[in-house]
Design a protein around this ligand. Structure first.
Ligand SMILES: Nc1ncnc2c1ncn2[C@@H]1O[C@H](COP(=O)(O)OP(=O)(O)OP(=O)(O)O)[C@@H](O)[C@H]1O
Ligand SMILES: [Mg+2]
Length: 267
């Protein structure tokens, strides 16, 4: 509906934005650079950031740009993951049928990882997204992965991704063994006011909008409400465009944004 009305080439502010169309801030670049370095060195990396800040999006971008001839990405995002399912899922992603017993599946996984690394010259990259939801028993299993080959170098890179409370959990005494092994860490914060304006313009450019639509004051209100968090900006902008369409308008000013925010606050 928005698309036809505004004459866009596709729907703007959607979550399935193509990796090549992502908005790249210096912090996004910094996160990617650190992750690329961590992956290359087979380090243990920790990425945190507020809800909707763009963590999974950055991982999606990293994954798309990994050289398939050098890396094998294993991506887990099941918040309810149990140690048993953990190895099963990883083995499935490696194209194997997991052994029935957990301990056997774990050994099977270790063998496969070493084979990938030593014989096939492929570096496994294990990403555990939504890691703030992991149970303590799962975190202990992760500890094992960080200590895979004991004293020698790790055969894989491991990236934990989660909301800010993950840092608090890992800071607890019982997880010191994990924390001490983290070699790359990055916290992805929200966009600045200027970046929020540029982010909105960028999304509109991607769909070939003919005008800016959002006034500078409207952008200020969007920033104040969203704190520069991309998912919130997306939701707000979409609601504003819908409201403009309802009122047969082609611009979104400060008052229009405030009306939408008021509606948001009711629910
Ligand atoms: N750099 C970016 N360029 C364009 N859109 C982005 C960018 N970063 C995030 N987004 C948009 O914001 C939405 C939220 O991002 P994402 O799902 O990556 O957040 P998250 O930090 O993983 O959130 P959660 O904590 O809920 O898992 C995405 O659907 C995407 O559309
Ligand atoms: Mg996410």
């Amino acid at each position: 509906m928005i698309q036809e009305y505004f004459g866009f080439t596709s729907e703007p502010f959607t979550k399935d934005i193509l990796p090549e169309h992502l908005f790249r801030t210096p912090r996004f670049e910094e996160l990617l650079a650190r992750l690329e370095y961590g992956v290359k060195k087979r380090y243990f990396c920790l990425v945190t950031g507020d809800i909707g800040a763009g963590k999974s999006t950055a991982i999606r971008y990293l994954a798309k740009n990994l050289d398939e001839n050098r890396y094998k990405l294993l991506y887990l995002t099941d918040s309810d993951l149990k140690p048993r399912d953990f190895y099963r899922e990883l083995l499935f992603q490696l194209g194997c049928t997991p052994e029935h017993q957990r301990i056997d599946a774990k050994r099977q996984f270790m063998r496969l990882i070493l084979d990938l690394f030593e014989n096939q010259k492929l570096t496994p990259v294990v990403v555990v997204d939504e890691a703030h939801l992991l149970s303590n028993s799962m975190l202990h299993e992760i500890r094992f992965l960080t200590n895979f080959k004991m004293d020698s170098l790790s055969p894989m890179a491991l990236i934990l991704v989660g909301q800010p409370e993950l840092r608090g959990t890992l800071a607890m005494q019982i997880f010191q063994a994990i924390t001490q092994r983290i070699q790359v860490r990055y916290h992805l914060s929200g966009l600045t006011l200027e970046e929020t304006g540029a982010y909105i313009s960028h999304h509109l450019e991607v769909v070939k909008a003919k005008s800016q639509i959002f006034s500078p004051d409207a952008v200020k209100e969007i920033y104040a409400y969203s704190k520069g968090i991309p998912r919130v900006i997306n939701n707000l902008c979409t609601a504003c465009l819908l409201a403009a369409r309802m009122q047969s308008s082609f611009v979104v000013d400060r008052e229009a944004v405030l009306r939408v925010i008021e509606d948001f606050r009711k629910f």
